[in-house]
Write a protein that binds this ligand. Structure first.
Ligand code: AMP
Length: 218
C-alpha cells in the first residue's frame, strides 16, 4: 500500500506515521527527516537544503523527487510506503505518480490531517525533537534526555531540542507555504481520481490513530 499523509506542519503526521507503518507493515519515507539526516552528514544535498529549511521554506521539487525516486525503488519499500511530508506541491504530486508508475505501483490513498492554524501554532511552540533519533515530544523541556528505547542520553543517545523551523517566525512561513503551494495539491488529487480520506487531527494520539485506521479501512 502507498499512502500519502497530508496536512499542515505540526498536524501530527510524524507522530502517526510509525503507528500506521506498523499497522500496514510498510516503511516510512519522510523527506524532512531525509533532509535533516543529509544536513547532519554534511552532504551537498543537505548543505544546499539547509538555508531554505531553517527559514521554513520548501526545498526544490527536483531534490525531493530525487529522494522519492531513489527510496521507493529500494528493496525495503517493495511492499509500499507511508509518505510523510512528501507531496507538498503539484509538481511533486505529478512526479510521485510517475515514479510509482515506473515501479508498477499506484497511490492508494491521501490521508488528510485536518487542523486549524491556531492549534498548529500552539502545538508546534511546545514541540521538541530528539537531536539523534528525531522522535517528537511535547510537555518536555529542552535539554532533557530522549527516552525512546535505545536512544537515551548517556548511552550515546539523544537530547531534546527545538527544531530551528519550529521557531514562531519559521512556523508562520511554513503555514503560508502550505496555503500557497501545498493546499492546492488536494484539488489536483481530487481531479485526478485519488482516494482522499480526511480525519479530524485534534484529539489524543490514540484517538487519531483509530480515526486514521478507520479512514483507511484497516
Ligand atoms: P517536515 O519534517 O516534514 O516538517 O519538513 C521540514 C522541512 O523540510 C520543510 O519545512 C521543508 O523545508 C523541507 N521539506 C520536507 N519535505 C519537503 C517536500 N516534500 N517539499 C519541499 N520541502 C520539503
Amino acid at each position: 500500500m502507498v499512502i500519502v499523509l497530508f496536512g499542515k506542519p505540526g498536524a501530527g503526521k510524524g507522530t502517526q506515521a510509525p503507528r500506521l507503518a506498523a499497522a500496514l507493515g510498510v516503511p516510512i519515507l519522510a523527506t524532512g527527516e531525509a533532509l535533516r539526516a543529509a544536513i547532519r552528514e554534511g552532504t551537498p544535498m543537505g548543505l544546499a537544503a539547509k538555508a531554505a529549511m531553517d527559514r521554513g521554506e520548501l526545498v526544490a521539487d527536483e531534490v525531493i523527487l530525487g529522494i522519492v525516486k531513489e527510496t521507493l525503488a529500494s528493496a525495503p519499500f517493495a511492499n509500499g510506503a507511508i509518505l510523510d511530508g512528501v507531496v507538498r506541491t503539484t509538481p511533486q504530486a505529478e512526479g510521485l505518480n510517475r515514479v510509482l508508475a515506473d515501479i508498477g505501483r499506484k497511490l492508494d490513498a491521501v490521508l488528510v490531517f485536518d487542523i486549524a492554524d491556531a492549534e498548529i501554532v500552539q502545538r508546534v511552540s511546545g514541540r521538541l525533537v530528539c537531536d539523534k533519533c528525531s522522535a517528537p515530544f511535547s510537555g518536555r523541556a529542552p535539554g532533557e534526555s530522549c527516552d525512546v528505547a535505545g536512544c537515551q542520553s548517556g548511552q550515546g543517545g539523544g537530547t531534546l531540542v527545538r527544531r530551528k523551523d519550529d521557531e514562531p517566525e519559521a512556523v508562520l512561513t511554513r503555514l503560508e507555504q502550505y496555503k500557497a503551494k501545498t493546499a492546492p495539491v488536494l484539488e489536483w488529487y481530487g481531479k485526478n481520481g485519488a482516494r482522499i480520506a480526511t480525519i479530524d487531527a485534534v484529539g489524543t494520539v490514540d484517538e487519531i490513530t483509530n480515526r486514521a485506521k478507520h479512514a483507511l479501512g484497516l
